[in-house]
Design a protein around this ligand. Structure first.
Ligand SMILES: O=P(O)(O)OC[C@@H](O)[C@@H](O)c1c[nH]c2ccccc12
Length: 372
């Protein structure tokens, strides 16, 4: 424990250890620090081997359950595995997930717990430090959009399957697809790493990173724990997705800080107005993704991007955030429609990977070759 306290005492943001967290048997588990930061909310960091998420520290302090905190912010996805909080046990109403997103998150909790047991946080942090330096994901989007005279930059997704459509491509070679995307003008690439529901993998991410592509890479997964951010970095990712439908505000704030501290970009994804309202109140969000697909029902409507930007475009422009329109884009008309709404990037998977030549499909999607 001593080394954790020392580490906390010398934490650059002048954090101050305020409590020692112990397990049920009274053994020290970690030290909790208050971060003395002049601007922004009071934040707590927990230093120590089993580093908690910020929501958990708040929960520990306020006596409120994680799910109660999330529900108060309009988040419908409940968390399931909270063995430290007996009141959060799996009651009869929690035996069945309410929708696909909740199912994915419950599966993710089990997956992350297993991965963490195999590779503890400290070890993953060390390998993240040894990874090649991160590339500027948000910067690459801005450059590409300007170079193409305002046509949205492309984040091309390496996507093998989805829960609703099943397998999208028979012959799936992530490295080959990534190079084809890059050759045809993609500014950045998105690599799905969720195995169970999207048939992606961290091996795909690592293989693409090590294959010599220059585009910055987004690790496309369901992040519920900071461990995953360090893990993504250790596998060569330059950006991660933070989904507002899953993460309470305090987790988003905390995860943004973690991303900044290791030079990664966070793409913060919203689907509706209440999520966008929440995210616009959080400092430090540079990149907002508007998903045209509800992750709860999987219904797609590209008008979602326009509707949200019509209502909140002013504040987004004032804050100089970049917006990415995600999902369901198939034609040059679709792209022009979201371009007119004011996005500077699009995130596209299905309409590219399902075509015989995903690289050539890019010119088809935009109605012209992209300049790169
Ligand atoms: O294949 P599409 O419809 O072009 O969509 C890509 C991307 O937006 C979608 O895969 C996505 C958006 N947000 C997500 C969150 C998790 C998994 C996947 C996603």
């Amino acid at each position: 424990m001593e080394s954790s306290i020392l580490a906390a005492a010398s934490f650059p943001r002048a954090s101050r250890p305020v409590a020692l967290l112990t397990d049920i048997a009274g053994a020290p588990r970690a030290v909790r620090c208050r971060v003395a930061d002049a601007k922004g909310p009071v934040m707590y960091y927990t230093m120590g081997e089993g580093m908690f998420n910020s929501e958990e520290v708040f929960q520990w302090e306020s006596g409120k359950s994680m799910n109660a905190i999330a529900a108060a912010q309009g988040i419908r996805v409940r968390r399931r595995c909270r063995p430290r909080y007996p009141s959060e046990g799996i009651g009869a109403d929690r035996a069945v997930p309410r929708n696909i997103l909740e199912q994915i998150v419950w599966d993710k909790e089990v997956e992350v717990a297993q991965r963490k047991a195999r590779a503890p946080l400290q070890r993953v942090k060390q390998s993240a430090e040894r990874a090649p330096p991160p590339r500027d994901f948000a910067g690459a989007l801005g450059v590409a959009c300007r170079r193409n005279g305002g046509v949205p930059a492309l984040i091309a997704e390496v996507k093998k399957a989805s829960p609703t459509k099943g397998l999208l491509r028979e012959h799936f070679d992530p490295v080959e697809i990534a190079h084809a995307y890059e050759r045809n003008g993609a500014a950045c690439l998105s690599i799905l790493t969720d195995e169970k529901h999207f048939l992606g993998s961290f091996e795909d991410l690592e293989a693409v990173r090590n294959s010599g592509v220059n585009c910055p890479l987004l690790c496309k997964d369901f992040v519920i724990d900071v461990w995953q951010i360090y893990y993504a970095r250790s596998k060569g990712a330059d950006a991660v997705l933070l989904i507002a439908a899953v993460l309470p505000d305090l987790d988003i704030k905390y995860m943004l800080r973690v991303c900044t501290s290791i030079g990664m970009t966070a793409l913060v994804e919203v689907h509706n107005e209440s999520e966008l309202d929440r995210v616009l109140k959080i400092d430090g969000v540079q990149l907002i993704g508007i998903n045209n697909r509800s992750l709860e029902t999987f219904e797609v409507d590209t008008a979602n991007t326009n509707m949200l930007l019509e209502k909140h475009g002013d504040i987004i422009r004032k804050k100089q955030m970049q917006v990415v329109s995600e999902s369901g884009l198939f034609t040059p008309d679709n792209v022009a429609y979201v371009q007119n709404a004011g996005v500077s990037a699009v995130l596209v998977g299905e309409s590219l990977v399902t075509q015989e030549d995903p690289g050539r499909a890019i010119a088809g999607l935009f109605g012209k070759e992209l300049v790169h």
